[in-house]
Every structure is written in structure tokens, then in C-alpha cells.
Design a protein around this ligand. Structure first.
Ligand code: ATP
Ligand code: MG
Length: 391
């Protein structure tokens, strides 16, 4: 009977020296929470490798494997089989478990590692032994130690020995939560789900904030953003979306400010409210999907005026990317198809015909002074709706 197991190799986190323990704890709790949503599993960590074992026949190892490819902080994800630490048993297991891989490949080599130094063979001897048995069982597949199509891995660990073929690359990055908390401005567009993903990848837990302008933008537009956040939870973990009522602010700007400055002033309100949400949640940065030169509000001058109202760092991971690269990433993480559903975003509702691309901060402040900024921010903040997504 094959003892099916998933082996996860930690990524960058092993380089973190003193912080390693807390990084590892974050990683383990993220992994366990993700697994809990799927079924019953045993998960434990030894020597920078995480082991996931099924508990009973309801433990869906395929679903667990798929989920683990999306957990940040992992360099690789392996499906492996385990057996007793006996060279003959290891060879038998390799012959049975790697059948499909061995039949498909034209050449292979075996590599062995042992953390259990009391094992009676050296790594090289074990690799040669298992490699020899495999070569005999599968004459279609030649040994090639220099450029093999398939590499068979054998690992002798504390509790058992494991065999596996090529690992799947992990999601990389650092465990979510290991590098603190940020708010992320999440519109219904293509860009902001990608920027959210990228900052989560650096180990940051995110609080999505969405500015909602009912009835100018529909209930469907809100549902779309909730769906985008839900799609992101496979990477970001569970999240609480803060939906900010934005209609009154937009109407006030339209009524009292020069039309050309509408978007700039609106974006300054977004930043002020985002900062307030950040402060209330211990978040230390604001993430946006801005991209240099993409639209009028994404010139350097416009971004300076937007960022002037907050003292938090504004993280813009897409700033230097081409649209094509952003789209490719959106497809990869599975948000693209939802992002292109045709609902209005609050930014498109009152878009000026001739937006200022090189605003002077002095002018923006002067035009905006027609508004009771503090009262508008307070009112919007008080009306926030909080929606939980994810496991
Ligand atoms: P996206 O595709 O993310 O909507 P965009 O290219 O359409 O981006 P803008 O509309 O100028 O760009 O918005 C820039 C950034 O501001 C967005 O990436 C997002 O982070 C934030 N943003 C815009 N509209 C909203 C909104 N309604 N709610 C929350 N954040 C928003
Ligand atoms: Mg947008």
C-alpha cells in the first residue's frame, strides 16, 4: 500500500535567520487553515520541509496539492510516496509509484539525500542501487546522469523514506502575515487584483477597500469586487472587504469643484479614507494598482497630489509593468475573466473630458477647499460595510 504524502519545501523564509521561527509558524498556520477548508490532514514541519499526510479516505490529496501550490512561502510542492527505511523496499516503491513517469521518459537519473545518517548506505550508494533497479524494471528509460529527462528523488528522513519525481514549483514569496498588514484599494478592474496578489506574495496580509457609488455603480459591480476578493483568498487567505459608500463624496466634488480636477480630488478622498482604515487596523501601507502613464491620474504629478494626503507608503507593484504583463498575471491568478465583466467602476462614472495630467498641488488644495473634507470622510467611514470572504 502506497503511503501518499505531500512534501513542501520552504522558500526564502529559510534565509531569515533570527526571524525564522515566527516565519515558520505563520507558514504552518496558513497551511493548516487552507487544509482545514478541504478536509482532514496531518501537517507537520521538520528540517525546513513540511509534510502533509492524509488522515482517512476522505482526505482529498489532489485538492490539498492544488491548494498548496498557491501558498506563499513555498519553493516547491511535491507529491511523494513513503515507505520503511529499507533499500529494497525503497526500490520496490520507486518502481511502483513512478511507473507513469518512468514509462514516459527516455532517460533518467536517481538522486538520494539522507538526513538520517545512521542509514546503512551513503546517498550515492542508495541512488546507484535504486537507479539500477529502476533501469532494470524500465528498459525503455536509460540512465543519463548529465542531462536526464526525469530526475527521481529519494529522501531518507527521520520517520520514513520517500520517493518522488520532478517537483512542481511553489508560489514563492513569503508567508502571508509575516511582513505585516496593508490596505489594498480593490476596484473591479484588471489591475488591482494583480497588485493585491503581488503584495500578498511579499508576506503581507491585506484588507481590501472598495469605494462604491450606488446607484451610479450597480449592486452587480459590488458583487464583482466581492468575487474578485474571494478568488484572491486562495493566495491571500481569508479577508474582510471594507465597502465604503462613495456617492455623496463624488456628488459633492462634481457640484463644487472644477471638473478637470474631479478624478484627482476623488483619489485624494480614497487615500484619506484608506489611511483611516489602515490606522484602525494596524496596517502600515496602502496598495494600489497604479501604472505609470496608463491614465491621466497616473502621471508622476497626479500621483504626487494623490499621495500628499497620506503619510503611509503607497505601494504600487504594477508601476513599471506593461499592460500585457499585467493581463498575463491576471490570467495566471484567475481574476482576469471576472475583471473584464462589463460593470461600471466608480472612477468611470464622472470622468472629466480634459483631466489635468500635470496638476499643481497648490491648485488641487485650493479647489478642494470648497468641500467640508473632514465631515465627508467621517460620513463615508461611518457608513462602511464589512464583508468576510474565504475560509
Ligand atoms: P484597476 O484596473 O485596478 O481598476 P485602473 O487602471 O482602472 O486600475 P484607476 O481607475 O486609475 O486605474 O485606479 C487606480 C487604482 O486606484 C486602482 O488600481 C485601485 O487600486 C484604486 N481604485 C480605483 N477605483 C477604485 C474603487 N472604486 N475602489 C477601490 N479602489 C479603487
Ligand atoms: Mg479602474
Amino acid at each position: 500500500m502506497i503511503n501518499d504524502i505531500i512534501l513542501l519545501k520552504q522558500g526564502e523564509i529559510v534565509l531569515k535567520g533570527l526571524n525564522r521561527r515566527s516565519f515558520e509558524q505563520k507558514l504552518m498556520s496558513n497551511i493548516k487553515r487552507r487544509l482545514d477548508a478541504i478536509g482532514k490532514f496531518k501537517a507537520y514541519c521538520m528540517q525546513s520541509t513540511v509534510y502533509i499526510e492524509p488522515v482517512d479516505e476522505t482526505s482529498d490529496m489532489d485538492a490539498a496539492f492544488e491548494a498548496m501550490t498557491k501558498v506563499f512561502g513555498l519553493a516547491s510542492v511535491n507529491r511523494a510516496a513513503g515507505c520503511e527505511k529499507d533499500p529494497k523496499k525503497i526500490a520496490e516503491l520507486a518502481i511502483e509509484y513512478l511507473k507513469d513517469d518512468m514509462l514516459a521518459a527516455k532517460s533518467f537519473k536517481a538522486e538520494a539525500k539522507r538526513s538520517d545518517k545512521s542509514f546503512p548506505m551513503t546517498s550515492i550508494e542508495l541512488a546507484q542501487f535504486v537507479g539500477g533497479e529502476l533501469a532494470e524494471a524500465y528498459p525503455n528509460c536509460e540512465v543519463d546522469v548529465h542531462d536526464p529527462e526525469l530526475t527521481v528523488h529519494i529522501e531518507v528522513r527521520d520517520l520514513a523514506a520517500y520517493v518522488h519525481a520532478a517537483p512542481t514549483p511553489g508560489a514563492g514569496g513569503m508567508p502571508v502575515g509575516a511582513n505585516g498588514v496593508a490596505v489594498t484599494l480593490l476596484s473591479g478592474g484588471i489591475d488591482s487584483p494583480v497588485s493585491t496578489y503581488m503584495i500578498a506574495k511579499r508576506g503581507v496580509r491585506l484588507i481590501p477597500v472598495h469605494f462604491f457609488s450606488f446607484p451610479y455603480t450597480s449592486e452587480q459591480a459590488k458583487q464583482k469586487v466581492i468575487e474578485l476578493a474571494r478568488l484572491l483568498t486562495v493566495y491571500c487567505g481569508r479577508m474582510t472587504i471594507e465597502v465604503v459608500p462613495f456617492t455623496h463624496i463624488q456628488e459633492e466634488i462634481r457640484a463644487k469643484c472644477d471638473e478637470d480636477y474631479f478624478t484627482l480630488i476623488m483619489r485624494r478622498f480614497m487615500m484619506r479614507i484608506a489611511q483611516k482604515i489602515a490606522d484602525a487596523n494596524g496596517a502600515k501601507a496602502i496598495v494600489t494598482g497604479e501604472n505609470l502613464g496608463q491614465v491621466a491620474s497616473q502621471t508622476m504629478e497626479a500621483m504626487a497630489s494623490t499621495q500628499a494626503v497620506t503619510d503611509l507608503p503607497v505601494l504600487q507593484p504594477l508601476i513599471g509593468m506593461d499592460k500585457e504583463e499585467i493581463v498575463r498575471l491576471a490570467r495566471k491568478i484567475g481574476t482576469f475573466e471576472t475583471s473584464i465583466l462589463p460593470y461600471e467602476d466608480c472612477c468611470t462614472v464622472f470622468t472629466p473630458k480634459h483631466p489635468k495630467t500635470k496638476p499643481k498641488l497648490r491648485d488641487v488644495e485650493q479647489i478642494e477647499s470648497a468641500l467640508d473634507i473632514d465631515a465627508l470622510v467621517e460620513e463615508a467611514y461611518a457608513g462602511i460595510e464589512r464583508i468576510k470572504v474565504g475560509d
